[in-house]
Design a binder for this molecule. Structure first.
Ligand code: ADP
Length: 422
């Protein structure tokens, strides 16, 4: 059977999160790093192209997204999905609005939804307001994100500042009434000139109802949650191979390590938990990198003798005050790049020293690591926590990778993830 769903994700961990969700819902999925150069493996229902377009200049993000769309169209995909973060990470310049506009133009479609909801990870939308757990997005840790601070929780407003199209809302009162009501509301919105609708969702049941209403919509824009509701449409149409097991992996055996460049609340807690439980950890200080100190070599020398005894952690993860202090000295972009570059070089060094199972925390960080390792694609396997599956790299000498988006995972993530591989 041919490819059904073609997805474009704006960062690496986001792509893995989406791919994991599709696998869970029964679609065999590969994730490709950047627009693919090589042919895909056979027996694949969905492909997720991972870009690094969340924080690039909007024009670059648009160009890359259109190149990905062209590849997916040529591959025969029937429906397209633009995936962004469940905390709607963006700025007033983009890139969610500009990329959505460009994809809609290219597909010649006059309506799409925008729904970052991911209830299992406590990202819910009600009356257009995004909640992270019990807090509004703008009151959550996301207000301090190093690159995309989110200070407004009203997604209709946030998206309207990024797009020339009119943004509307499909409220929860409509969503609970099911797919027919949702479709009817879409018609009403369209008649009023709305071309993109934020959709309320507070539970997986909501996602399933919304999913039914998305059958045949050429473009869907969303976090990964919405992906739970799409495979049912393909299944109903007889397009999914029912016998196929979507999440099996051949796990490469070897040494283990953890690398963390995320400064999210969740990752800070995971790093603290790992250290508090007596495991070895090495901190990367951006100011020392800026001074020209060779922390890459130091970290690798430190890690090498420890590898045989279980995973060591190398981290730049820091509390918001510390990140702010670093950024005011170096600038946010330079600080981010210095850290990403160093962590990517460390990942490469660890693999050269026999690491075959690697856990990486942070979206941008994972992007940099995967690029340094020359990975061009991933088979998606079983889930560790919602949004984070284990994967294996395509090609010779495969590596097991878990790429964790900053906010995801339980506090003991760095220690418990390994049991899923056994
Ligand atoms: P998340 O998934 O939590 O958003 P990312 O890796 O995408 O994590 O983004 C975190 C950014 O912060 C990266 O660019 C990273 O290099 C940068 N960073 C990491 N540690 C520090 C630090 N101590 N000071 C300043 N910036 C940092």
């Amino acid at each position: 059977m041919s490819l059904l769903l073609g997805c474009i994700a704006d960062d690496f961990t986001g792509a893995t999160d989406l791919a994991g969700m599709l696998v869970r819902a029964g679609m065999r999925t590969v994730q490709m790093i950047g627009v693919p150069q090589d042919p895909l493996p056979h027996d694949v229902d969905a492909v997720v192209i991972a870009l690094k377009s969340r924080t690039t200049p909007p024009q670059e993000a648009v160009e890359e997204s259109l190149a990905a769309l062209n590849w997916l169209r040529d591959a025969g995909c029937r429906q397209f999905y633009f995936k962004y973060c469940s905390t709607f990470d963006s700025t007033d310049q983009g890139n969610i609005g500009p990329v959505t506009d460009a994809l809609m133009d290219a597909l010649g479609t006059d309506f799409t939804i925008a729904c970052p909801a991911f209830p299992e990870n406590k990202r819910t939308i009600f009356k257009g307001y995004l909640f992270v757990g019990d807090e509004l997005l703008s009151e959550s840790g996301m207000r301090n994100h190093p690159l995309t601070p989110m200070t407004d929780a009203n997604l209709v407003r946030v998206l309207q500042r990024q797009t020339r199209r009119k943004v509307g809302l499909i409220g929860h009162d409509v969503v609970v009434r099911g797919a027919v009501a949702i479709s009817a509301h879409i018609d009403t919105l369209k008649a009023g000139g709305v071309q993109i609708a934020i959709v309320d969702a507070v539970s997986n049941d909501d996602l399933m109802r919304i999913g039914v209403a998305l059958d045949g919509m050429p473009l869907v824009t969303a976090g990964s949650g919405i992906a739970l509701g799409l495979p049912q449409n393909f299944r109903k149409a007889g397009l999914l191979d029912e016998g196929a097991v979507a999440d099996t992996l051949d796990v490469p055996q070897g040494l283990r390590a953890v690398i963390s460049g995320s400064c999210s609340v969740a990752t800070n807690a995971q790093v603290a938990h790992f250290i508090d439980s007596g495991r070895p950890a090495f901190a990367i200080d951006p100011l020392r990198l800026a001074d020209g100190q060779d922390l890459v070599a130091m970290a690798l020398d430190w890690a090498e003798p420890l590898l045989a005894d279980g995973p060591p952690l190398i981290y730049a993860t820091a509390a918001p005050e510390s990140v702010k202090a670093v950024q005011s000295r170096l600038g946010a972009e330079r600080a981010g790049q210095l850290v990403e570059h160093a962590l990517a070089a460390i990942a490469k060094g660890l693999v050269e020293r026999g690491v075959r199972q690697l856990l990486v925390a942070g979206g941008e960080t994972s992007g940099a690591v995967v690029q340094a390792l020359g990975v061009n694609g991933l088979h998606i396997g079983p889930q560790i926590d919602p949004g984070v599956p284990w994967t294996t790299t395509l090609g010779e000498k495969p590596l097991a990778l878990a790429l964790k988006s900053g906010n995801f995972g339980t506090v003991d993530f760095f220690t418990k993830a390994w049991s899923v591989l056994q």
